[in-house]
Design a protein around this ligand. Structure first.
Ligand SMILES: [Mg+2]
Length: 266
C-alpha cells in the first residue's frame, strides 16, 4: 500500500526556522524511499517560495509546489467565494503572491466587503479587533486564515488568531470561517494533490487538535510528535477521556517517522 505523508512544518521540522534534531536526516531518508509527500502549514507570514527557501537554508530540499500554506488556501477560498470583493487583510508578511486576484485594502475605512484575519501579531490591536467586531455586527463576512490558538518560539509560547476568534464570535454572536488546519479544506486539497485516499495519508504535527485530531476527523492517520508546542499534560488529559479521540500514533520526534512508516507497512 502506498502511504502518503502530510507534514506540518513549525514545531515538527523547525522551531523559529532552525531545524530540529534529526529532522533533516529523516526527511532525506523518506525522500529516498519516494514516499509521496506534501507540507501543510498554518504559516501566514511567508509566501510558499519563502517557506521553501527557509527550509532549504535549514537543509531540507523542498519545492514550493509541495507546500500548502494557510495563506495560499485562503487566497483560493477568496477567489472562489468572494471574487471581486474588497478585502481588508490584517496580516504581517509578504504573502501577496498567495492573494493574487484578491483586491486587498489595508485601511478599514475603505469599505471592505470581506475581512480577512491572518496570523495574530502586532496588527491585532484593540482598535483593529474592535473594527473587526463592528464589521461582524454589520454582517460583513470575516474569514480567518486559520484557528490556531498558539505557536511556539525560541522565546516561548505565543497566542495566535484562534484566541481572538473565540472572543469575537462570542461578542458578535456569529461565526468566522477559518481556512487552515484543522478545517478539512487544507487536508482535502493536499490529499487530492497527492492522488491518494485520505485513509492512506499520514499527517504529522505537533498541534494535537489542529494537526492530528483534525486530520483524523478527515479520515487520515494522525501522528503526534513530542516536539514544538507538544505538552504532555494536554495529551494525558485527552487520553484520560475514554470516549474522546486520541492520536493514532505518538512519536518522540520526526526522526522516528521512518521507523513508524516501516511498522505501518511502507
Ligand atoms: Mg506546528
Amino acid at each position: 500500500m502506498t502511504i502518503g505523508l502530510l507534514l506540518d512544518i513549525d514545531g515538527v521540522l523547525v522551531t523559529s526556522w532552525r531545524p530540529l534534531p534529526g529532522a533533516v536526516d529523516a526527511l532525506a531518508a523518506l525522500r529516498e524511499r519516494d514516499v509521496p509527500r506534501m507540507f501543510l502549514t498554518n504559516t501566514t507570514s511567508r509566501s510558499r517560495a519563502e517557506i521553501a527557501d527557509a527550509l532549504s537554508d535549514c537543509g531540507f530540499a523542498v519545492d514550493p509546489e509541495e507546500i500548502l500554506s494557510a495563506a495560499r488556501l485562503t487566497g483560493e477560498y477568496l477567489r472562489a467565494n468572494h471574487a471581486g470583493k474588497r478585502a481588508w487583510v490584517l496580516n504581517k508578511g509578504a504573502i501577496a503572491a498567495d492573494l493574487t486576484g484578491v483586491e486587498v485594502v489595508t485601511d478599514p475605512d475603505d469599505a471592505p466587503e470581506v475581512v480577512v484575519l491572518g496570523g495574530a501579531g502586532p496588527e491585532f490591536t484593540h482598535d483593529a479587533m474592535s473594527r473587526v467586531l463592528e464589521f461582524m455586527i454589520a454582517g460583513v463576512p470575516v474569514v480567518a486564515m486559520h484557528r490556531s490558538m498558539t505557536w511556539s518560539t525560541e522565546q516561548g509560547v505565543r497566542i495566535d488568531t484562534g484566541v481572538y476568534l473565540e472572543g469575537l464570535e462570542k461578542a458578535a454572536g456569529t461565526t468566522i470561517r477559518a481556512i487552515g488546519k484543522p478545517s478539512p479544506i487544507g487536508f482535502r486539497a493536499a490529499v487530492e494533490m497527492m492522488g491518494l485516499e485520505p485513509t492512506s495519508v499520514v499527517m504529522v504535527g505537533d498541534d494535537m487538535h489542529n494537526d492530528v485530531l483534525g486530520a483524523q476527523a478527515s479520515a487520515m492517520i494522525g501522528v503526534l510528535v513530542r516536539t514544538g508546542k507538544f505538552r504532555a499534560t494536554a495529551l494525558e488529559k485527552l487520553q484520560a477521556d475514554e470516549f474522546g479521540p486520541v492520536p493514532d500514533h505518538v512519536i518522540d520526534s520526526v526522526a522516528d517517522l521512518p521507523a513508524l512508516l516501516d511498522r505501518l507497512g511502507r
